[in-house]
Design a protein around this ligand. Sequence first.
Ligand code: PEP
Length: 285
Amino acid sequence: MSVQYKLRAEPMRPLIAGNWKMHGLIAQLAEIKSIAAAVVAGNPPADILICPPATLIVRAAELAGHRIAIGGQDCHPETAGAFTGDLSAEMLKDAGASAVILGHSERRQGHGETDAMVAAKANAARRTGLLSIICIGETQSQRAAGRTLQVCRDQIAGSLPIGMTPAELVIAHEPLWAIGSGHMPTAAEIADVHGHIRMTLVTRFGSEGRAIRILYGGSVTATNALRVLALPDVDGALIGGASLKAIDFDAIIRTVAASAPGWDQPADRAEPPVEVHDLDSSKRK
Ligand code: PEP
């Protein structure tokens, strides 16, 4: 039987989430085993989540044990029914998931998912007790037109169902042009957008909106993770490519841990301090 790790919203701990997308056969479960072992050994002050393909959730949850959580990448709004190829939130939960990524841009763009559909799916996640990681983010052209903040506000307004509580929710801000591209907004841009997302959440939820984790996603690697995570209102990261290999994902997790004050860091894991500066891709290799 799998043991589900409870993802905590409070007190605010960074959430480091891996999105495996449509990658991973049974052989890749060894990566989850390695990540789980590294997390148990290092005990970083962060919640760790891996969202593998649905075919691996049961086995991944068994391997993940108490210290890392397993999640789905999508769910259907209904509990069960004639929906060939779909999975319900109940099925994800039954398989060992504690969370579900909803409204990823690859689903919004590739499967025509609207904000209303994302909200219906988030309702299903609530019904089942899964944490919803709701993805929002602007395209390159929306960004160029100066519409980033409005797009994020509108997506939050449309994708969160009525009645959703802060404890049930994580927001992942993923600029579409940054996903898998090796490009990123500048540090100032990330901080600006996340600050506006925070204010949007506070407007909706009152002071409880301050406890909702806002993840940044888009080309996060071990090299830039600390600089991103040091920014205000960045409470973790949603990571695609760099989550597929334990060695890369663990390096990000260790970098996060190195930034946390008071963490009892094993000596051989000490990382040199990294100065916070712009993440302008033009300045990176
Ligand atoms: C993602 O798919 O959510 C993502 C952020 O991908 P990557 O880290 O590869 O840019």
